[in-house]
Design a protein around this ligand. Structure first.
Ligand SMILES: [Fe+2]
Length: 159
């Protein structure tokens, strides 16, 4: 941890940084999965899904940056390399042999829901650690994940 004049206790800053880095890895992993789906989706809903997957990727950009910069503001190191993400992600590996639109939507819904769950847990944990700002960043991400999960699940529901 780097030295800082930030008044949050060093052990709390360290714990919050570790938690944010874990969720940062998950979110970057999810963005890469969305791009993979954007490029490779096939089927009658191609253009709608191609565009939706890209919009979802973009919807996370500001959240990735906010999380990473909160880590550095706390004196931590934002672990954003693909090697670090690969090591730290808690999401299930994204399948490379799925092309069907609805199957991709399902795979993305599963991962979006898994991340939404751990981010929701992280809101309470960072608040308990004494970092309301990290909790706020995770709360904003939580809203975005829940919205995107709704978009994905609406494709899977039959009427
Ligand atoms: Fe594109």
């Amino acid at each position: 941890m780097h030295k800082t004049r930030n008044d949050i206790a060093a052990n709390a800053r360290k714990s919050v940084s570790a938690l944010l880095n874990a969720r940062l890895a998950d979110l970057i992993d999810l963005q890469l999965a969305l791009k993979h789906a954007h490029w490779n989706v096939k089927g009658p809903n191609f253009i709608a899904l191609h565009e939706m997957f890209d919009a979802m990727t973009d919807s996370y950009d500001a959240h990735v940056d906010d999380m990473a910069e909160r880590i550095t503001a706390l004196g931590g190191t934002a672990m954003g390399s693909v090697q670090a993400v690969e090591k730290a992600t808690s999401l299930a590996p994204f399948p490379a042999d799925v092309f069907d639109g609805m199957k991709l939507v399902e795979a993305l819904a599963e991962r979006t829901a898994a991340l939404a769950k751990s981010v929701r847990k992280g809101i309470d944990e960072t608040a308990e650690m004494g970092d309301a700002d990290a909790a706020d960043i995770l709360t904003a991400l939580s809203r975005q994940l829940d919205k995107n999960l709704w978009f994905l699940e609406a494709h899977l529901q039959k009427g």
